[in-house]
Design a protein around this ligand. Structure first.
Ligand code: 0WE
Length: 257
């Protein structure tokens, strides 16, 4: 598997040990990457403790992706510590809880704004800041996380589906924009996984059951499988791939009736 020795990565949006972003951090660190990991301030203690287990120990910083000042501070710190950046992992996704239950036509203006800001605009904002640091390295790779709810209707996914559609379109526009500077932008579309973000979502267990019944592999996926695929996209092994959405869902997305 690809070697990340000498590469510097920024992983945004780790909340717990079950986070997909955390699995990507582990997959790249295990192959030699030096990492900066960021988290929303409410997850600070947990992410600090988790990160102690990584070798080499990552730099752990707070980053609320709705704050331009916090994002600026993170990139200033990356520049200061490493002078460049080879890859960026984008994990944050959020919609106010009530938007994941109400009928979709009840989506509020504020719920829509928050979901799109946190889950989609943040990729553009982070990529723009990563650009000079990646250019100084002769290029880079960006990976974000999405879900099939961008394309198909899943009960209660609601405005998150709209946000993931905007995110996937942003992947394609960023890929076209940054490609001439040898920066690749891709998404991994993971099958449903019981992460912190999924806990407490009504009916999540039945979604997992449907995937177990219908996915070609007849099982759900775990975060390590998503982590390994993201590591591939972040690595030089994927140097010809950009603007792509790669599914790690046991094949669920190809099924019809
Ligand atoms: O993208 C997601 C979940 C993202 C998410 C989760 C929460 C829970 C807590 C965004 N915002 C919030 N807001 C909260 O207050 N997934 C792909 C997992 C997921 O979430 C669902 C799903 C699936 C799958 C919600 C409804 C239906 C299916």
């Amino acid at each position: 598997m690809a070697d990340f020795t000498g590469k510097v990565g920024l992983v945004v949006g780790v909340a717990s040990k079950r986070s997909i972003a955390w699995a990507i951090a582990q997959a790249t660190a295990a192959r030699g990457a030096r990492l900066v990991i960021t988290h929303q301030s409410r997850f600070e203690e947990h992410v600090h403790d988790l990160s102690q287990g990584l070798e080499p120990a990552p730099l752990v910083l707070p980053c609320d992706v709705t704050s331009d000042a916090e994002m600026d501070a993170v990139f200033a710190r990356v520049e200061q510590e490493y002078g460049g950046l080879d890859f960026l992992v984008h994990g944050p996704a959020f919609a106010p809880r009530e938007e994941l239950a109400a009928p979709f036509s009840n989506t509020s203006r504020e719920g829509f704004r928050i979901a799109l800001d946190v889950s989609a605009y943040s990729l553009i904002a982070l990529s723009r800041r990563a650009l000079p640091l990646m250019e100084s390295r002769g290029g880079g790779s960006i990976v974000t996380l999405t879900y099939l709810g961008s394309d198909r209707v899943f009960a209660n996914y609601n405005v998150m589906g709209v946000a993931k559609a905007a995110l996937e379109a942003s992947v394609r526009y960023l890929a076209a924009d940054l490609g001439p500077r040898n920066i690749r932008v891709n998404a991994v579309s993971a099958g449903p996984i019981k992460t912190l973000a999924a806990s407490g979502i009504a009916g999540f267990s039945s979604i997992l059951d449907v995937y177990r019944q219908r996915a070609p592999l007849r099982r759900t996926v775990d975060t390590s499988e998503v982590g390994d695929t993201a590591a591939f996209l972040l690595s030089d092994a994927a140097r010809g791939i950009t603007g792509e959405v790669l599914f790690v869902d046991g094949g669920y997305h190809v099924t019809g009736m």
